[in-house]
Write a protein that binds this ligand. Sequence first.
Ligand code: SME
Length: 154
Amino acid sequence: MTKEEQYIQFVDDYKRLISGETEEVSAMANTSAAIHDEFHFFWVGFYIVKADKLILGPFQGPVACSTIRFGKGVCGTAWKEQKTQVVPDVEQFPGHIACSSLSRSEIVVPVFANNEVKAVLDIDSTQLNTFDAIDRKYLEQVASILADTIYNKE
Ligand code: SME
């Protein structure tokens, strides 16, 4: 199975998993667990916008930094620019926040409600160049399904 086929299957299963869930914490917890279980990434989790900073939300993996300021690190940049950040080598990303020295590449996807960033989905890998346009496309779909479920309540 290619990575894209794996994501297509994953997104299909994910829709069923998350359907009807209205609690932010529960939905984020199961989203992190489902992605981690399927793809075995080093760290999968959420940072949630609270006033002027991001606070650590549900995640799977080692303990992590509990707050990140607007515009700081990869997560704060995704929030500020309202855009997915794909980082092939974290050492090349100015201001990258190293919660773990084992993390080598990263993707951060904003979760939007009413055109506002409500949270970010952050995934770290211990390998360089783990994430590409395929990860971006399908993880953005996951973020959008999650937002529709818990914020837009479609
Ligand atoms: N590396 C992130 C911080 C969060 S951890 O990777 C879990 C960043 O630069 O925003």
